[in-house]
Design a binder for this molecule. Structure first.
Ligand SMILES: Cc1cc2nc3c(=O)[nH]c(=O)nc-3n(C[C@H](O)[C@H](O)[C@H](O)COP(=O)(O)OP(=O)(O)OC[C@H]3O[C@@H](n4cnc5c(N)ncnc54)[C@H](O)[C@@H]3O)c2cc1C
Ligand code: SF4
Ligand code: SF4
Length: 396
């Protein structure tokens, strides 16, 4: 069996210059901010704002595309980047001791379950089954973690004002986990909350993040980035096809449909963009209309299923109120088994929901097809060619 290390370079020398050229300029950069938190010289900037969500170099000496510390041997940014070169195979090997088989479209998995929080309140505030919230609370209460890097809305997190501006933040308590529950479909680079967590002395952290972010800890461990990778002790992935730029609120939802962001109370994506308003009304926006606001960092992303998380979670399937859970690692399995055994969550085999299983495969294939041929081929291996459209019947 081929392994990533067969061809891995013996000495890692790649620095910001290579990252800029091969990931940022080539369009592979997702904006996950792994490089930002890994930089020991703090020379990588990041604007967590509309039309940005990309790293840039802060020092002027060698211009935006090169780094003086890199020239002197610093390689932390490329060691932390889950889109640099052989990221998929290196993270696979580190986590699972093997590379995914070509037909493992959603990555390596031990268990596939549909879960829901047993606590009705946690279930209600959750996006789907409230599983992520329930698991974070369980991890805190069972002393696995000190806090979670997760996402809040701008304003007072406890009040959950409807600004719909997603921000990375730290959930240290049950109340903060509840305040951060639910999904926002704009980007939140939750990794960015790491520095504040460390300043607060919190050094056993769960990371909650979309697929791109959940490959950050494993690639850091695989490439031995060092100290900054140690606080990640649990990795929760969110299945993800894309995020939208924040401009979608003003330029589409409000301009075309009169839906003001401050009045929105919940949103979801189930074939259409679903929006619930404070006045009790419910609206659907065709996803085709939303495509123009797809965030740049998502356009080439091949990972729908958060393939490098301990447990990946999503909301596909027959029922809206269950979370599909892909349990991948030994640690993920240990926590899942304990949560089921003590009744914190209710679980059933995901195979009981044919629709969920079909969608998991289909959406994983669709994302993998986006990966460009110019990059390392691994993420596209095994992906079936798109079916040819039938020619239109000749007019009678
Ligand atoms: C941008 C985005 C796209 C998604 N796309 C899909 C998809 O295509 N198909 C699918 O099946 N599932 C998708 N999901 C996952 C799904 O929406 C739920 O997050 C998942 O099923 C877990 O539900 P839950 O009820 O268990 O989580 P909850 O208990 O509600 O917890 C959700 C967690 O996600 C965090 N979070 C919310 N929004 C963001 C954000 N923007 N960035 C980072 N963290 C965030 C919250 O802070 C919270 O910790 C997506 C999620 C997001 C955020
Ligand atoms: S993908 Fe993430 S780690 Fe890589 S360059 Fe972009 S922000 Fe940095
Ligand atoms: S599609 Fe989702 S996982 Fe991929 S880059 Fe965009 S936000 Fe990240």
């Amino acid at each position: 069996m081929a392994t990533a290390t067969d061809t891995a370079p013996t000495r890692w020398t790649a620095q910001w210059k290579e990252l800029y050229d091969e990931v940022i300029e080539s369009g592979l950069c997702t904006g996950c901010a792994g490089c930002v938190i890994a930089c020991p010289h703090d020379v990588i900037g990041y604007e967590h704002e509309e039309k940005h969500y990309k790293p840039f170099h802060l020092e002027e000496e060698l211009g935006p595309e090169n780094c003086i510390h890199g020239e002197k041997g610093c390689t932390s940014c490329t060691r932390a980047c889950p889109r640099f070169r052989m990221w998929e195979t290196q993270a696979d090997e580190h986590l699972f001791g093997r590379i995914r088989e070509p037909d493992e479209m959603w990555g390596v998995a031990r268990q596939l379950l549909l879960c829901r929080a047993s606590d009705e309140m946690i279930h209600d505030v959750g996006q789907d089954g409230g599983f992520v919230g329930a698991m974070l609370i369980w991890l805190l209460e069972h002393d696995y973690i000190d806090a979670a890097l997760t996402s809040f809305l701008d304003g007072d997190p406890a009040a959950q004002e409807s600004s719909w501006k997603a921000r990375p933040g730290i959930a240290r308590t049950r109340d903060e986990i509840i305040a951060s529950a639910g999904s926002r479909y704009t980007y939140s680079a939750n990794t960015l909350a790491m520095k504040q967590a460390l300043d607060e002395g919190l050094d056993r952290l769960a990371l909650v993040g979309m697929s791109c972010q959940s490959s950050v800890p494993p690639i850091m461990w695989a490439r031995k980035v060092g100290k900054i990778s140690k606080p990640f002790v649990f990795n929760i992935g969110l299945l993800c096809s894309k995020t939208f730029d924040d401009a979608i609120f003003a330029e589409l939802f409000e301009a075309k449909y009169g839906l003001k962001r401050g009045e929105m109370v919940k949103m979801n994506i189930k074939g259409v963009f679903q929006i619930w308003m404070r006045d009790g009304s419910y609206h659907e926006v065709d996803l085709k209309e939303c495509h123009a606001w797809t965030r740049e960092g998502c356009v080439l992303c091949p990972d729908f299923a958060a393939e490098h998380a301990d447990i990946s979670t999503g909301g596909i399937g027959e029922d809206n109120d269950w979370t599909l859970c892909v349990v991948r690692t030994e640690l993920g399995e240990e926590v899942m088994n304990r949560m089921v055994a003590d009744g914190s969550v209710v679980a059933r085999p995901a195979e009981t929901d044919e629709k969920a299983m079909k969608l998991l495969r289909l959406l994983s294939v669709v994302s993998r097809r986006r990966w460009p041929k110019t990059a390392d081929p691994a993420p596209a291996i095994g992906v079936p060619a798109p079916k040819k459209k039938k020619a239109a019947a000749p007019a009678p």
